[in-house]
Design a protein around this ligand. Structure first.
Ligand code: ATR
Length: 266
């Protein structure tokens, strides 16, 4: 039996176990997905310990994503982002580290036939904003980063290829000729609020909200009313898991089964 898992602190509310379990069942894999809650300074010890125990793969969440870099060989995207959320234990040397949050956003948009050849606006410059900005830039998109604290947007933009940093006041102007908008702030989580003025949205946009509780955020409601394509946060969560699943197992993930299991929890 292969053991996979998640380290986080706290980890109790995670939706990853049912999502991955559904994937193993759909493919008939003899595998299990377990959650672990190591102490907050314990990322490296936990990853090395999992390796020693023969764990096949680990997801990594808050507060361990940055510290995990010290225990893995990160791929170039994870290295640029400075955070790892997926560890693949290959058995030899240091385990491989990936950032599937970035790929998750890209695959969530692709799964809705969104064209990634235009310009993207990313709202938020925290951990999620960072992953999304690098992920979209990796697809060749010019990325406009808008954040409440403008200096953080500018600092992040200085690291991302073909990116600019802005305050939220610029959103109207930035969105006028943008093709993709991603909310990577926590605004809208458990509250009916949005970081983007409704009048800035338009029908040529595809809007992904990283918030998945609620699934239909005020931003997505506004986007829908403006005639935009909408992609809810569960798709991003799904595809970061799908990407990890595929790296670990080498199989094409049973996306529908994993999606059903995830949505049953939301
Ligand atoms: P995460 O890892 O989920 O990205 P984070 O690193 O704490 O979490 O970042 C939270 C993001 O949400 C930041 O971009 C934050 O803006 P600031 O950098 O100005 O703090 C943004 N955010 C949180 N609450 C906000 C609010 N009420 N209005 C606008 N942006 C907000």
């Amino acid at each position: 039996m292969d053991v996979y898992g998640l380290i986080g602190n706290p980890v109790g509310h995670s939706l990853s176990p049912p999502m991955h379990k559904a994937g193993y069942e759909a493919l008939g894999l003899d595998a299990r997905y377990v959650t672990f809650e190591p102490p907050k300074e314990g990322a490296v010890a936990a990853i090395e310990g999992a390796d020693a125990l023969g764990v096949a793969g680990l997801n990594v969440t808050i507060p361990f994503k940055q510290d995990a870099l010290d225990a893995v060989d990160p791929d170039p995207l994870a290295e640029r982002i400075g955070a790892v959320n997926t560890v693949d234990f290959t058995g030899e040397g240091r385990p491989a580290g990936y950032n599937t949050d970035a790929v998750g956003a890209v695959r969530a948009l692709r799964s809705h036939d969104v064209d990634l050849s235009g310009t993207a606006v990313v709202v938020g410059a925290g951990g999620a904003g960072r992953a999304v900005a690098f992920g979209l830039a990796d697809e060749g998109m010019p990325v406009r980063i808008a954040n409440r604290t403008e200096s953080k947007a500018r600092d992040l933009a200085a690291e991302v290829p073909d990116a600019t940093g802005h305050g939220l006041d610029d959103l109207g102007e930035l969105l006028a000729d943008a093709d993709v908008l991603v909310n990577a702030t926590s605004v809208g989580m458990e509250e009916d609020a949005t970081p983007v003025p409704a009048e800035a949205l338009h029908g040529d946009l595809a809007v992904l909200d990283a918030v998945y509780r609620p699934l239909e955020t005020r931003l997505l409601r506004d986007a829908s009313e403006a005639g935009a394509t909408t992609v809810d946060g569960a798709w991003m969560l799904l595809y970061q898991g799908v990407e990890a699943f595929e790296r670990w197992t080498g199989e094409v993930a049973p996306v529908d089964a994993m999606n059903d299991a995830l949505r049953a929890e939301l």
